[in-house]
Design a protein around this ligand. Structure first.
Ligand code: C2E
Ligand code: MG
Ligand code: MG
Ligand code: MG
Length: 283
């Protein structure tokens, strides 16, 4: 009997491996034509300043809707886009769309709005990455201080020196650098000290447990304290409950992003939300 279940397990494992492989192949096939078929769209999630209760910025989040596959999570397709290097072209498209929308918002009177864009390591490794960013900003007449690039730690482990030089240059122009998903991976505190990071994004996993876990609560509080003492702005991601919000306010977290205030929204909807807040005086 033991033998039998062992055999079954083996078959199951094998089948799921095949399934993963096939799924990847299908995603890859459709990804290649997705750009030309206009299947991508950017959603925007507001970032709220906890001191003033005002929306100070937006994070651009990519959405892919394929006629055959339906909606595919970025967690799945970004990985495939990276492996196939499609992310380079796609990432540039994201930057252009996000900056286009940001310049539109600035013209609507939301002059202090910032835009955060997720950047894949492969993009930064392109020789002309910095030039491209600066050209896009120039084209849309955007003050570099209104743009923030979100990077993750995996990027830094790969080739610190190249990344360091590039980020330093961009930072000197005024562009903000956010360290995304902080605390989730192989966090190294030495990166924090060496890199020109302006914003620390506390990973959702710590925020999730603020309402239940004592330990995570303490970690969150210390991340906030550390970030702030290093002169960074600290933002919590994935805030869903008022209890979490209260905790973050109590320990002087600068900003929050999460379903509690707003989900990521299509640009028409986010613009409506923002102009509503503007005309309502929002205190
Ligand atoms: P991320 O940059 O850490 O983005 C935060 C993710 O958390 C987003 O998922 C967002 O929709 C989700 N989120 C925000 N608030 C809440 C909340 O209160 N509760 C819950 N449960 N989730 C919340 P999304 O949009 O599925 O994106 C997943 C990841 O895909 C992003 O994580 C980012 O790493 C990547 N990604 C998305 N767009 C881009 C892009 O344009 N370029 C690159 N390179 N990566 C991207
Ligand atoms: Mg992000
Ligand atoms: Mg994140
Ligand atoms: Mg994430």
């Amino acid at each position: 009997k033991a033998k039998e279940s062992g055999k079954n397990r083996y078959i199951l494992y094998d089948a799921s491996m095949n399934k993963d492989f096939t799924e990847r192949m299908v995603l890859e096939k459709h990804l290649h034509t997705a750009m030309d078929n206009n299947e991508f769209e950017l959603f925007y999630q507001p970032q709220l300043d906890l001191g003033t209760n005002k929306v100070t910025g937006l994070e651009a989040l990519l959405r892919w809707n394929n006629p055959e596959l339906g909606y595919v999570s970025p967690v799945k397709f970004i990985k495939v886009a990276e492996d196939t290097h499609l992310i380079i072209q796609l990432g540039e498209w994201v930057l252009i769309q996000a900056c286009d929308f940001l310049s539109h918002l600035h013209k609507q009177g939301m002059t202090h709005m910032t835009m955060s864009v997720n950047i894949s390591p492969l993009q930064i490794f392109q020789a002309d990455f910095n030039n491209k960013i600066l050209k896009i900003l120039e084209y849309f007449e955007i003050d570099p201080r209104a743009l923030e690039l979100e990077i993750t730690e995996t990027l830094l482990i790969e080739s610190f020196d190249i990344v360091y030089e590039k980020l330093k240059q961009l930072r000197e122009k005024g562009i903000g650098i956010a360290l995304d998903d902080f605390g989730k991976g192989y966090s190294s505190l030495s990166y924090l000290k060496q890199l020109p990071i302006t914003t620390l994004k506390i990973d959702k996993c710590f925020i999730d447990n603020v309402s239940i876990g004592m330990e995570n609560k303490t970690i969150t509080r210390h991340i906030i304290k550390m970030g702030r003492s290093m002169g960074m702005s600290v933002i919590a991601e994935g805030v869903e409950h008022t209890e979490q919000l209260e905790y973050l306010k109590k320990y002087e977290c600068d900003k929050m992003q999460g379903y509690l205030f707003s989900r990521p929204l299509p640009k028409g909807e986010v613009e409506k939300l923002l102009s509503g807040l503007m005309t309502s005086g929002d205190k």
